[in-house]
Design a protein around this ligand. Sequence first.
Ligand code: SF4
Ligand code: SF4
Length: 344
Amino acid sequence: MKKQSIKPRLIAFEVTRRCRYNCRHCRACAGYAGDEKEPNLRQCKKILSAVAKYKKCVIILTGGEPMEREDIYEIIQYGRGLRLQMVMATCGYLIDEQSIRKLKKVGIRALSFSLDGANAETHDAFRQTKGAFDAVINAARIAREARVRFQINTTISKANLDESVGIAHLAKRLGAYCFNPFILVPTGRGREMVDEIIEPLEYETLLNELLRIKLESDIEIRVTCGPQFARVCRQAKAKHLTDEVKGCMGGRGFGFISCTGDVQICGFLDVSAGNLIENNFNFGKIWEKSQLLSEIRNISNYKGACTTCEYVGVCGGCRARAYAMTGDYMAEDPVCSYEAGSKR
Ligand code: SF4
Ligand code: SF4
């Protein structure tokens, strides 16, 4: 197995937990009340400066809804000044002609819009907000017209599994460069959705369907919280994809900084490797020396089916889903049906 680099290439930074929506799956339990946990502008700048010591890092501004911060433009501009690539995950309800112009001006590189249904009924029910579907479709149109690259993020559960291919087609029609399904991890408000996690066999079918779309269509397909997609690509011997499609990058190339300054492998595994504010914003020290991160990077410690799986080095299983569903982040990923030794 190839030794994986731990240099962070992609860091999601939770700049707020404010949001006007009340999405059923929200890992951040975001809501409209209060911003007492939010890092102030000075702290945001210190955090970005700390991460910028690693060259060429991409920062995903996330939330809550990052556009709820009035100083979001200043944060983006500051990151750009540090030569960070600044992108943002948004629900889209605050994207209009004026805000997209300002985002472009301060140097946003790309956006991701959350779209959880192929129609208003499914999406609005997921977001528990009427009009959410129209808002995101409108935001995508505005981004396309302003020539800002965007992708579509979709959390997949039993509620929208049947629409996943339809959402991929809709993403293409909207002008997205990428369709990025997230396989539900039941954390935050999503804990209430544990029964809506798709079954292992349905999941396997979905991954193969996504591979088919990836091979046949010119829209890019990435799968988040679904590291088994890396295994499926290798099983299908989709050769040109084997280097491109990675399994779980959490704690390796990918990391997460919460709105309270906690460094995590990802936003879905709510266990802190160390707090930036308490550690004088020394991101490198936490990233390279934390016991939690060393433990998670050591795949030989993984348990259950992942112990003997010949794909553990490329997939790794989702540590966050293992933790959310079993209480042990080293356990096997409950949505995976692969049996070791059945390599084709
Ligand atoms: S058994 Fe574990 S490592 Fe193997 S494919 Fe499944 S989740 Fe990935
Ligand atoms: S632990 Fe799961 S959600 Fe987190 S980065 Fe890995 S695959 Fe994604």
